[in-house]
Design a binder for this molecule. Structure first.
Ligand code: ZN
Length: 155
């Protein structure tokens, strides 16, 4: 393709961002060197490039108290495998604009076809819930689900 995009610089302030972070509990800006961090299980999290780090989220806090509160909060959250598979599928498909066969989806996301299908189903169920709540047919797309809604409200 003739369309070439130079590597994104992130714009102004992108470099300073690494020096500061926010406390995930109270939102306070904390200097990077004073920041406390922990790795917690989170089925909605996938690492941008390293699948070995999938399913874990780095949380940051301003103090030991807030870190403990956050760890507690995540500990109370159920780890949903389907959510994790859905996140892996979404990451794998981020570079694709055309529909991708399930076998390819599975290979790309490092899952079995069964897991990939479960992930797709989970994603589609969320998309359906979203539409049910907000009623927008153009809302988050489903990955080719044959059981359409049929006769919807209004014509
Ligand atoms: Zn805090």
């Amino acid at each position: 393709m003739e369309h070439y995009e130079p590597p994104a610089d992130g714009g102004a302030g992108a470099h300073d961002a690494s020096a500061y972070d926010l406390c995930d509990h109270c939102g306070q800006v904390v200097l990077g060197e004073e920041l406390l961090g922990a790795l917690v299980p989170d089925s909605s999290a996938v690492h941008a490039s390293d699948p070995a780090l999938d399913g874990r989220r780095v949380i940051t806090a301003c103090s030991a108290e807030h870190l403990a509160a956050l760890v507690d909060e995540y500990r109370g959250r159920p780890f949903v495998p389907e959510e994790q598979w859905a996140a892996k599928v979404c990451r794998a498909l981020a570079d694709y604009e055309e529909p991708v066969p399930l076998a390819v989806v599975a290979a790309l996301s490092g899952l079995s076809e069964h897991q990939a299908q479960q992930g797709v189903d989970w994603h589609n169920a969320r998309a359906r819930e979203w539409r049910a709540q907000y009623g927008d047919p153009d809302a988050p797309g489903e990955y080719g689900d044959p059981d359409g809604p049929g006769a919807g409200p209004g014509d």
